[in-house]
Design a protein. Structure first.
Length: 169
């Protein structure tokens, strides 16, 4: 779990755009994996964890939809949310020149924004395949879809990211 927690947080953050909600989702997914699948082998955990994580993200969307319906009916009930992006920005110590660090920071910000703008299924496929290193079958299991759907979503995500990030490729 320690090896996947930061990447899982990014996946949840991209889906929710809220740091606190993303942390809650990852924690819930890890607890569910530990409680329900401790008897499984370590090789079975990655797709199981990602399926649980995606399920928790869908649960979040359902709750948000219901919550938004109530807030439209009763406008005074809304709570204030901060849209700050205070995600952990790991500094790359390989670059010692400030201009290179600045360019790298800009590129990472552009990449994060591009990933956030992907449709949800493309985002899922890209993050699981590219960041998590899951194969097509594991990704399909985690996303509860066919391997062909994973390939399609992943391909569309890659093409879209290439178009958006053309200046950095």
């Amino acid at each position: 779990m320690a090896s996947v927690e930061k990447r899982a947080f990014k996946i949840a953050y991209f889906a929710t755009k809220n740091q606190d909600d993303a942390l809650d989702i990852v924690q819930d997914a890890m607890m569910k994996l530990a409680q329900s699948y401790a008897h499984k082998t370590a090789d079975d955990w990655p797709p199981l964890f990602h399926r649980i994580l995606q399920s928790k993200i869908f649960d979040y969307y359902r709750r948000q939809k219901l919550k938004n319906q109530w807030f439209r009916l009763f406008p005074g009930m809304g709570e204030k949310h901060s849209e700050e992006n205070d995600m952990d920005n790991a500094e790359d110590v390989r670059h010692s020149k400030p201009d290179e660090k600045f360019e790298q920071h800009q590129a990472m910000a552009k990449l994060e924004q591009a990933i956030q703008n992907l449709p949800h299924r493309q985002q899922q496929a890209f993050l699981m395949r590219a960041w998590e290193g899951l194969d097509v079958a594991e990704t399909a299991e985690a996303m509860s879809c066919s391997q062909g759907s994973v390939k399609t979503h992943y391909s569309r995500a890659i093409h879209r990211l290439r178009d958006v990030l053309q200046e950095y490729v």
